[in-house]
Design a protein around this ligand. Structure first.
Ligand code: M6R
Length: 585
């Protein structure tokens, strides 16, 4: 995780701060900048958000070079000492780093033996301390040759207006305009500055200044093609809503409109046809967190329409499970960011065994998209809030399309119909429920079949931003242990969208009620007054076609998590300890 940015040109402080704001989704434990003007290096660091740093930095219009970092702590607590940039022993060289140096303990021991003093506890500081007193392409190479692990790193010395860089496994991009050089973890930083950029590859390193850009791999100069900037930053502004999360929940509908528009285009249909023509005897769906839950929904579609062996696996577990992968296996990787380290590792692992790979992502220039055989974009637009909402919605729709397409069925008309049925539920009802639950220490969700998947996603969303411990259970499992947790302080949210399963769900609800638990129901079904009496609150959901009910149902549940977090005074967009893009294993 962590975001890094480098800049050479006029007003470097302003550009670096702007870069950090764009990259803040990658971590917000601390932020820092090193800027060089006329052979003098200034360092600024602050704990927490970039906004905290912004107030401290003295901005100049002058020409200069600098590097900056927004941190998601992996090694070492959140402190000023551990904030980047990290400095060399003589303080002339500054380093920012995204990634994990796995052999840092060994390197640190060697440096300590040689009398080098450390200021903090990060693995990144080792990189800075490995530089003695001079920075050149040779010393950079010598340093990176000693590193094991993952890194995208930028290095500056106070003696020159040049940025040195190196990458292994983590993204790093570079662009040059007539008056500036910019390096960043995400080419989003280049929007409105440049029309194209270089994607620095694994194992590549080099330097850039206003006169030249040199990129090397294994001591050889590398010539690289430029990529066009074909994405925009339109959705980054957030005027009408207090938080990105709420805005993005509503943007699920826009995602659906974009999907309808793009999934009838020849380019996409060609990709779908290719995937549908793959001779496969086993399908894996792989993702993390919310993307994994989208995979579980996708599994229900694929099994229903394709009637094939389908398994959905957590990306972080995939390579450790002795999964059977052959050249007849189709692996579908789901990732909003396309940069999730566990998902990328799982993809590389499956490719080693000859599997065909498809990636369903929001970021078509991401590492995952670059590695996969086929990419299906989700067209959700930039998702800023750490809690994934519209991306989940769009991922499920793409999985529906894929399942229908692979089964030789049409999909657009059904999606179009759903577009008119989408309902975001009454805010005031959900806000009332949020008021009821925000002081609870624990909430349970129960459901059956596909509703159990919705429970899992709703539970993740709630705990992620409200910090209330929440758990999802399949109704039938209650009596196998969970029921022991129920007392008159417990609140249980029941999700029941399938009429054929209602009686079974009601039996579980009654078992909870008999033990004093308070029940809340989310349902599109009409109920008798007798049944209604079981529940303290009933949130009605608008009926839609069966395949789309998990999507219709998650909308009010995402809002419940949002309003609960706001009621607790939490920032729903940037929950504690988390980051949007999880680029470490
Ligand atoms: O970018 P990805 O979709 O690969 O991210 C996967 C998870 O980290 C992500 O869905 C996470 O669980 C969300 N913050 C949940 O809201």
């Amino acid at each position: 995780m962590c975001g890094i940015v480098g800049y050479i040109g006029n007003a470097p402080e302003e550009h670096l701060l702007h870069g950090l704001e764009v990259l803040e989704y990658r971590g917000y434990d601390s932020a820092g900048i090193a800027v060089i003007h006329h052979g003098k290096m200034s360092i600024y660091k602050e704990i927490g958000r970039v906004a905290n740093l912004k107030g401290k930095v003295i901005e100049t219009e002058e020409f200069g070079a600098g590097i900056a970092h927004t941190r998601w702590a992996t090694h070492g607590k959140v402190s000023l000492q551990n904030a980047h940039p990290q400095l060399s022993q003589n303080k002339d060289i500054a380093v920012v780093h995204n990634g994990i140096i796995e052999n840092y303990n060994l390197l640190k021991e060697q440096l300590l033996k040689n009398g080098v003093k450390f200021d903090g506890d990060t693995d990144s500081e080792v990189i800075a301390k490995l530089f003695k007193d001079n920075l050149s392409i040779q010393t950079l190479k010598e340093v990176i040759d000693r590193l094991e692990g993952s890194y995208a790193t930028l290095v500056v010395s106070k003696n020159e207006n040049r940025i040195y860089f190196a990458r292994n496994k983590l993204p790093l991009y570079l662009t040059k305009t007539s008056q500036s050089i910019i390096l960043a973890s995400d080419p989003m930083c280049f929007i409105n500055q440049s029309k194209d950029y270089y994607d620095i590859g694994d194992g590549e390193y080099g330097y850039a200044d206003l006169n030249s850009i040199k990129i090397y791999k294994n001591d050889q100069c590398v010539r690289k093609k430029k990529n066009k900037i074909s994405f925009n930053i339109k959705t980054l502004a957030n005027k009408e809503f207090n938080h990105y999360m709420l805005k993005e929940i509503y943007q699920s509908k826009d995602a659906l409109i974009n999907i309808l528009e793009n999934y009838k285009k020849k380019k996409i249909i060609k990709i779908l046809n290719h995937i549908a023509s793959i001779d496969t005897d086993k399908i894996y769906l792989i993702g993390c967190g919310t993307a994994y839950h989208a995979g579980l929904i996708g599994k229900t579609y694929l099994k229903k329409y394709l009637k094939k062996e389908v398994e959905c696996v957590l990306a972080s577990e995939f390579i450790y499970q002795n999964n059977i992968i052959t050249n007849k296996t189709l692996c579908i990787f789901i990732s909003q960011s396309g940069e999730t380290a566990d998902t990328i590792l799982a993809l590389k692992h499956s490719q080693k065994f000859g599997a065909k790979t498809v990636c369903i992502t929001n970021v078509t220039y991401s590492s995952l998209a670059t590695l996969a055989d086929f990419t299906l974009p989700i067209y959700a637009g930039v998702e800023r809030a750490v809690a994934s909402t519209k991306a989940y919605f769009a991922q499920c729709i793409i999985l529906y399309i894929l399942a229908r397409k692979m089964a030789g069925r049409r999909y657009l008309a059904n999606i179009k119909k759903f577009l008119h049925e989408i309902d975001f539920s009454d805010d005031s009802l959900i806000q009332k429920l949020a008021t009821m639950i925000y002081s609870k220490r624990e909430i349970f969700f129960i459901g059956k079949s596909v509703d159990f998947i919705t429970c899992e996603e709703a539970s993740l969303k709630l705990k992620e931003i409200s910090y209330i411990n929440s758990q999802a259970f399949a109704c039938g499992e209650l009596k196998h242990g969970t029921l022991a947790l129920i007392d008159n302080k417990k609140l249980i949210i029941v999700i029941a969208t399938q009429s054929q399963l209602l009686n079974k769900v009601l039996s579980s609800a009654s078992e909870i009620k008999s033990r004093g638990g308070q029940l809340v129901l989310f349902t599109p079904l009409s109920l008798t007054p007798q049944i209604k009496k079981i529940f303290k609150v009933i949130i009605p959901i608008k009926q839609a076609e069966e395949d789309f009910m998990p999507l219709q149902t998650i909308l009010p549940l995402q809002k419940l998590a949002y309003f609960t977090a706001v009621k607790k005074g939490n920032d729903p967009d940037m929950p504690r300890n988390l980051a949007k893009s999880v680029t470490v294993e």
